[in-house]
Design a protein around this ligand. Structure first.
Ligand SMILES: NC(=O)C1=CN([C@@H]2O[C@H](COP(=O)(O)OP(=O)(O)OC[C@H]3O[C@@H](n4cnc5c(N)ncnc54)[C@H](O)[C@@H]3O)[C@@H](O)[C@H]2O)[C@@H](O)CC1
Ligand SMILES: [K+]
Length: 480
């Protein structure tokens, strides 16, 4: 599991740890980890040209101490102070003592740099890059240098992943003590490049559970449902899919495709696209409805390609089993109806649908994904999976960590991909997973399947993604 903590929490933890250590220990630990990653990226440190962009805080201090370590190993290190007079004094002395220097012409050293360290701002940064930093960030980007952000890319918001102005685009980020939420959530996530965590001993001082976490292979493997020796198909769970319409039969077929790969014992389809479903999946049980007469299920999925049918959504929500609501099903949704349900509800909007539910613009949701998903979960008293390149899953209880899916891929931005996801997550609900687990595991397998299906670098169809779910499941269970 990868955990992320907010800046204020990190500051408290650092203060507690610092009180037990000689002065400067933490910064030296951070700088040593940072220098090691830089050395790794450079391959050969001796003779390498390194430029440090140095802001006025401790983030700049980290860059200067790391620069000093690289200078001791023979790198040519130049510092570019953005706030001369307010530069970290100890760090600057360490750099010059090790043979580094302050650049006379920042743009000249940036043009020929092999590696640029972004130490402009870390968790103390507010807003985007200031005007004086923008041309320097652009010059760094325009050079052939590898850009390494210290703690987080300057200009991105540590706590929310928002980018409120210009920010520095890094190839790699070296973060300290714990991940910051912004490193895992778009849009900031895309500015961070590859993220490496340096342990500075903060672990015992950080709260558990964290506010945000990202499942890894082994976490997902532990959550996957496993049929036992005595399982029959009904004990393994039956998932009911209410989807598709005369106009959109394909959504029904794709949702059933996802459901069949999600570990439920059987898939019951209810709706107007039964012929299309049976033609593709003879193993599906079909019924023309209404849902209450279709037979027992352990979870329902309602919405993909459904068209305008508020009555059927209401009927499904009246059931006593977990319900996943997606796509068209989200349109007629009333918070009170969802809040009053006796069983779990999982809502799976994309940014546009989330915006409509919240009454804000789509751009607002995309810019502030974490706040949006938390707000929806609180308002509806439901688990909410906000789709996108960094899918988030929030629980109605705000003290439960929000899950961020690290397995997204842009290839999944294809028609019908969400239908497969809803079937898959619904199937996991029917197999007995809690709503947050079902959502996070489904997003993970779906992302991995999307990556596998696009493995040859070609566009993928949603059917190919569904077909690849089995392989992803197997790989998560037995990696290697
Ligand atoms: N506290 C500690 O013991 C440790 C802190 N560490 C580092 O310290 C960082 C936090 O240091 P600080 O609290 O000094 O904060 P920062 O270095 O992140 O930034 C604070 C400074 O930047 C200025 N600033 C704010 N927004 C700005 C903007 N948009 N453009 C330009 N300047 C801006 C502020 O006026 C302030 O002077 C962490 O991110 C991490 O890199 C690490 O060394 C690990 C140990
Ligand atoms: K930084």
């Amino acid at each position: 599991m990868r955990s992320a903590h907010h800046a204020e929490t990190v500051r408290h933890a650092e203060a507690e740890l610092m009180a037990r250590l000689p002065e400067g220990t933490l910064m030296r630990r951070a700088a040593a980890g940072l220098a090691a990653v830089c050395a790794d990226l450079l391959g050969r440190v001796y003779g390498a040209r390194v430029v440090l962009l140095v802001g006025s805080g401790d983030n700049g201090g980290d860059a200067l101490y790391a620069g000093a370590l690289l200078a001791r190993r023979g790198a040519g290190v130049s510092a570019v102070p953005l706030a001369p007079g307010r530069t970290h004094a100890g760090g600057l002395a360490a750099l010059t003592g090790a043979g580094g220097r302050v650049a006379d012409d920042p743009f000249a050293v940036l043009a020929t740099a092999d590696l640029v360290l972004d130490g402009i701002t870390g968790i103390g940064g507010r807003g985007g890059l200031r005007p004086d930093a923008v041309p320097l960030a652009r010059a760094a980007r325009g050079s052939d240098a590898v850009i390494v952000a210290v703690d987080l890319p300057s200009g991105t918001e540590a706590d929310s992943g928002e980018v409120r102005g210009e920010a520095l685009r890094a190839d790699a980020t070296v973060t300290f003590g714990t991940y910051k939420p912004g490193l895992l959530i778009d849009p900031a996530h895309t500015y961070a490049g590859t993220v490496r965590l340096v342990d500075i001993g903060l672990g015992p001082y950080l709260p558990d559970p964290p506010p945000l976490e990202a499942l890894q292979h082994q976490d997902v493997a532990r959550l996957l449902p496993e049929p036992s020796g005595e399982s029959d198909k009904y004990r393994r769970g039956v998932v009911g899919i209410v989807a598709g319409s005369a106009r959109y039969p394909g959504a029904a077929v794709l949702a059933v495709a996802g459901a069949l790969r999600g570990g439920a014992g059987a898939v019951r389809y209810v709706g107007h696209a039964a012929d299309a479903v049976i033609a593709r999946f003879p193993e599906a049980l079909v019924h023309s409805g209404p849902p209450a007469r279709a037979g027992q299920v352990q979870a329902w999925v309602v919405g993909p390609g459904l068209g305008d049918d508020p009555d059927v959504v209401r009927e499904v929500l009246e059931s006593r089993v977990p319900v996943l609501v997606d796509a068209d099903g989200l349109r007629p949704l009333d918070p009170a109806t969802v809040r009053d349900r006796g069983a779990a509800t999982l809502l799976t909007p994309h940014a546009g649908e989330a915006a409509a539910l919240l009454g804000v613009s789509r751009g607002r949701v995309e810019a502030a994904r974490l706040a949006s998903v938390r707000e929806l979960a609180a308002r509806f008293g439901a688990t909410v999976l906000l789709k996108g390149s960094t899918t988030l899953v929030a629980s109605p209880d705000g003290s439960v960590p929000v899950r961020v899916n690290p397995m997204g891929t842009p290839w999944l931005a294809t028609a019908g991909s969400g239908d497969v996801l809803s079937g898959l997550a619904g199937s996991l609900l029917a197999a007995g997973l809690g709503a947050a687990d079902a959502g996070a595991v489904a997003a993970y397998l779906h992302g991995l399947a999307g990556r596998d299906a696009a493995g040859r670098g070609v566009p993928v169809t949603s059917f190919e993604v569904a077909d690849a779910v089995g392989g992803a499941w197997g790989r998560v269970r037995s990696p290697g």
